[in-house]
Design a protein around this ligand. Structure first.
Ligand SMILES: [Zn+2]
Length: 69
């Protein structure tokens, strides 16, 4: 079980919408995008195509239009 340092959490944002993330025990969740980013050995995997869709869909389907260009 890895715990992310607070200063790292402060700079983390969803790579898709740049919104805030909800910290979970082994993942980070974006409620706006309905995506969950996993944390591998304390390293957040902030990749939209690696994220898990909370509603069960394919994250790449919605990833084609970045919120910030
Ligand atoms: Zn997001």
């Amino acid at each position: 079980m890895s715990q992310l340092p607070k200063d790292l959490l402060d700079i983390l944002a969803c790579p898709r919408c740049r919104g805030p993330l909800v910290v979970e025990p082994v993942s980070l969740r974006c409620d706006a995008c309905r995506l969950r980013y996993r944390v591998d050995d304390g390293i957040p995997v902030m990749l939209v195509h690696e994220a898990e869709r909370l509603d069960g869909g394919d994250p790449e389907l919605d990833a084609g239009t970045p919120a910030v260009s």
